[in-house]
Write a protein that binds this ligand. Sequence first.
Ligand SMILES: *Cc1c(COP(=O)(O)O)cnc(C)c1O
Length: 366
Amino acid sequence: MSWEDNVRKVTPYTAGEQPKGRVIKLNTNENPYPPSPMVATRIYDLAQQELDGVTSMLRKYPDMDAVPLVDAIVRVYNEQYFPQGDGLTFDNVFAGVGSDDVLFTAFMTFFNSDKPIIFPDITYSFYDVWAQVHRFPYRMIPLKDDFSIDINDYLDTENGGIVIANPNAPTGEYLDPAELEKIVKANPDSVVIIDEAYIDFGGESCLPFIKKYDNVLIVQTFSKSRSLAGLRIGTAFGDEKLIRYLKDIKFSINSYTMNYPAIELATVAVLDTEYFNETVKRVIKTREWTKEKLKELGFIFGDSKTNFIFARHEKISGEEIFAKLRERQIYVRHWNKPRISEYLRISIGTDEDMKELIKALGEIVK
Ligand SMILES: *Cc1c(COP(=O)(O)O)cnc(C)c1O
C-alpha cells in the first residue's frame, strides 16, 4: 500500500500545440482576429485606475456573481434571441472561467447518478476526461458513418444525463434545434447539456429552450466567436432552478474564480455587438472560400457551420498531410484515433493564412 494507490488518477485532455514564433496556427480554433478594440481601451483605463492606488479595484475581492458581465449578457442576448420580450433574467445566466470551467462545474452539479451519462463517441474529448475525474459512469454512443447523430439513440436510452456539442467538435456536424428539442423532451428526468461553443458561426442556438424546459443547460464561450480564449470566459443559460444549483456548487469550491479585470474586459467585449457581427461574418466568408478550394484539391468534408473544417483527402492519408504541413510551419489538428485518423481539423484563419494553407496543400496533394 502506498499513497499512490489513493491518487485520483486520470488521463488528461491533450490540447493542441501552442508553437512559438511565426507559424500559421490553425490547430485550436482560436479566432484569427483580435477582440473588440473596446477591450484594449478598457485595459488602459483599468491600468490608470490601479496607478491611482486610491480607487484600486485589485486589492478587493471580485464580484462573485460577475454582475456587470451578466447584466451585459442579459441585455445583448435578449436583443438577439428574445426581441419580442420575456427573455433572460439575471437568474438565468451563469458565468465561469471559460466554458471548460462551466462544463466541469455543470458535470459535477447535474451528473450524479448511477446510470451512465451519454454522449457521442466522437465529440469534445474533455467529456470523457471529466467523467473519469468525477467518477461517474458514462457511455459513448457511436455517431453514424457520416458523423451525424442519430437522435433515436437518445430518446429511450436510460441515462443519468446527456451532453451534446452543437455544432459537434471536431466533426463540425450541426443538428437542427427541432431535433435537439426531441431529446430534451424525451428525457425530463435528466439534465441535457448543449455545448454551443461554435453556434455563432452560422447555427441556430437552442437558447429559447430554457424558457420551455427546466432540464436543459445551454453552454457558450467567448473563446471562439468573441476572440477571447486568453481571457477565459464561458457562460451557461438555464432555468433559474438549474442556475441556482450550479452556483451552489461553484460557491462551495471557489466563489472568486472570475477576476476583476476579466469581468470588466468581457463586459465591454460582449457589448460591442457591431464588432462581433463583423468578425463572425469575416470568418464565415473565409470559411466558405476555403471550402471551395479544398473541394478543388480533392478534400471531402461535411457542411461546417463552425470556425473550422473537418476534412480528409480522397487519396492521401491524414497523417502524411499533417506532417507535411507541419514541416511548412502550418499547424492543423490531427488525431490518431479510430474512425477519425484520416481527418484533419483545420481552423479558419485570416484570408492570408488560408491562402498559404491552400498553396501548401496544393503542393502536398499534387
Ligand atoms: C473550445 C471548446 C470549449 C471550451 O472553450 P473555453 O475556452 O474553455 O471556453 C468547449 N467545448 C467545445 C466543444 C469547444 O470546442
